[in-house]
Write a protein of this length. Structure first.
Length: 132
């Protein structure tokens, strides 16, 4: 009986190790849907922004954890926010090329990496983003 219990225990450990080992995965992150006119989305930045080439030209891409968005029922989830908007350009430049004092740059990066953000789309289609 002891041998059977030990074999079962060892099998369980092997199974758990197999299930927790890093697996390969392929594909692209989903892209956040556009925020509807007059609506807001809430998210956290979870990685470094980059420039990406899309079928609509070059866009700023931000890995995010989407917390709230009127077009999704199941949240939160990780995705990318891609945009050509002035807001995206300013955030990208702030992250990569902050033109202020070192302490201002550090404060911005701290806020960028550790805050929730609210992205608002106005009736004219323009965007505004606020740190929460």
């Amino acid at each position: 009986l002891l041998k059977v219990v030990l074999r079962s225990f060892i099998s369980s450990i092997r199974y758990l190790r197999f299930m927790t080992e890093k697996k390969f995965s392929f594909g692209t992150n989903p892209k956040m849907l556009e925020v509807p006119v007059g609506a807001k989305a809430k998210f956290e930045f979870v990685g470094e922004p980059k420039l990406v080439e899309t079928e609509w030209g070059e866009k700023y891409s931000f890995p995010i954890l989407l917390i709230n968005h009127p077009s999704y029922e199941t949240l939160p989830f990780n995705c990318d926010w891609e945009s050509k908007s002035q807001v995206a350009k300013e955030l990208y430049q702030g992250y990569h090329d902050f033109h202020g004092s070192k302490s201002q740059a550090e404060k911005f990066l701290e806020a960028f990496n550790n805050s929730d953000w609210i992205l608002t789309r106005f009736d004219n289609g323009s965007y505004w983003i606020d740190q929460q």
